[in-house]
Design a protein around this ligand. Structure first.
Ligand code: FE2
Ligand code: FE2
Length: 136
């Protein structure tokens, strides 16, 4: 299956250097996870390892981001709550994918998996992170 790397670009910037660095790291880890699985020669242990890194980094990023936007007074409470809920949902989905891929790496060839892994971050940044962009 053809694999296209997702690339961070300045249009994805939220204007906070810590958060923007996190997003670049997450994109790199997502690319690495996809590439590793699609190479077809990775062991279950390697796949688990690469996904653990992604899940772990996502977890730490969400915590950092939530701490920041909770302090943003102009970011509405409702939006904060929804954003946190979406983070928990993404963590659950990432964990689920990691478990499934460990058992059957060929699953990533399914459009739902590859599309999710390639787009989850970009779409989240544009749809939710941009919501606090000018309010930090
Ligand atoms: Fe977010
Ligand atoms: Fe984010």
């Amino acid at each position: 299956m053809a694999f296209t790397y997702v690339v961070w670009n300045p249009r994805l910037a939220v204007g906070n250097s810590v958060i923007d660095y996190d997003h670049q790291m997450l994109i790199n880890l997502t690319n690495e996870a996809c590439a590793r699985v699609l190479a077809g020669d990775a062991s279950a242990e390697e796949i688990t390892l690469v996904f653990d890194r992604l899940v772990e980094y996502a977890h730490r990023h969400f915590a950092r981001e939530e701490e920041l936007f909770r302090k943003a007074e102009k970011y509405p409470a409702e939006a904060k709550q929804r954003h946190v809920t979406i983070h928990r949902e993404l963590e659950r989905l990432l964990g689920e994918i990691a478990v499934k891929l460990t058992h059957d790496p060929s699953l990533i060839a399914l459009p739902a998996f590859s599309l999710f892994l390639q787009n989850w971050l970009i779409q989240h940044i544009q749809k939710y992170d941009f919501g606090y962009r000018h309010l930090l």
